[in-house]
Design a binder for this molecule. Structure first.
Ligand SMILES: Nc1ncnc2c1ncn2[C@@H]1O[C@H](COP(=O)(O)OP(=O)(O)OP(=O)(O)O)[C@@H](O)[C@H]1O
Ligand SMILES: [Mg+2]
Length: 245
């Protein structure tokens, strides 16, 4: 499947921003870009204080991820096509699903992502939280494991066969979080295309500059930076393309 799977060192680390900039870059090159997010949670919080759905300044921190991604990609996919599971509570997807009296079906996710990709030149998929976040508790694949294990965000990335982009903070603590994420990705056979430190300050401190070099050296991975962007003005965003696999 052509495209990338944007994960992060955790929640609220810039996955949506990074995915949006990649989608925008691909679309600006003339490619048809589809976007995908297996599950969106916390919609209750957004509707409480966010702008009206009709607000044309769609790309803001107060819009749900699937709307930001759709806008950045210039896609006409429906909410359902981008994010098949959407929940009100700001909880982990497996819990949000449980609270809604259902369970996320891994096969449905994979089918939905493939369907989204089928109509496009590239798929930009944003994960949920980090790589080891459970999406569902059912046995993820017919393997000879003795115990059922959860279907993780990482399993979805593997099933989609896409290289991974890791969004991470530039500051203190990021070395450990980023190295753990890269290691978890590689342990499952995933290719880490690039780590993106975001938002990268205009005048990075010694710690931030050192973090970038240290991650590059210890993880043997390319590390890019993304400055603080005006999210309401995609025209002002820099280009960001993961290296070819
Ligand atoms: N380069 C950037 N420019 C502007 N804002 C940024 C940038 N990087 C991160 N942010 C801000 O950091 C916050 C978290 O970013 P984002 O929503 O992309 O995180 P996320 O990892 O997708 O979160 P979630 O786990 O909820 O999906 C947002 O308020 C976003 O605006
Ligand atoms: Mg997000």
């Amino acid at each position: 499947m052509a495209g990338v799977f944007v994960t992060g060192t955790g929640t609220e680390v810039g996955k949506t921003v990074v995915a949006a900039v990649i989608a925008r870059t691909l679309a600006a090159e003339g490619r048809t870009v589809a976007v995908f997010k297996p599950a969106v949670t916390g919609l209750d919080e957004l509707t409480a204080d966010g702008p009206k759905p009709s607000d044309i300044r769609t790309v803001s921190a107060h819009r749900p991820d699937h709307e930001i991604l759709r806008h950045a990609a210039g896609s006409n996919q429906s909410d359902e096509e981008i994010a098949p599971y959407r929940y009100g509570p700001p909880a982990s997807p497996h819990l949000a699903a449980k609270l809604a009296g259902e369970e996320i079906d891994p096969a449905r996710l994979v089918a939905a992502a493939r369907a989204a990709a089928a109509g496009a030149d590239a798929l930009v998929c944003e994960g949920v939280g980090g790589l080891l976040v459970p999406l569902a508790w059912r046995l993820s694949r017919p393997i000879d494991e003795k115990v059922a294990r959860p279907y993780l965000v990482r399993d979805l990335a593997v099933d989609l066969g896409m290289p991974v982009v890791v969004a991470a903070s530039p500051g203190l603590g990021t070395i450990n979080h980023t190295l753990l994420t890269v290691e978890a990705a590689r342990a499952a056979g995933l290719t880490v295309a690039v780590v993106v430190l975001t938002p990268w300050p205009a005048r990075p401190s010694q710690i931030e500059r050192s973090n970038r070099e240290t991650i590059e050296t210890l993880a043997r991975v390319r590390v890019e930076t993304l400055p603080r962007l005006d999210l309401a003005d995609p025209g002002s965003w820099p280009a960001l393309l993961p290296p070819p696999a």
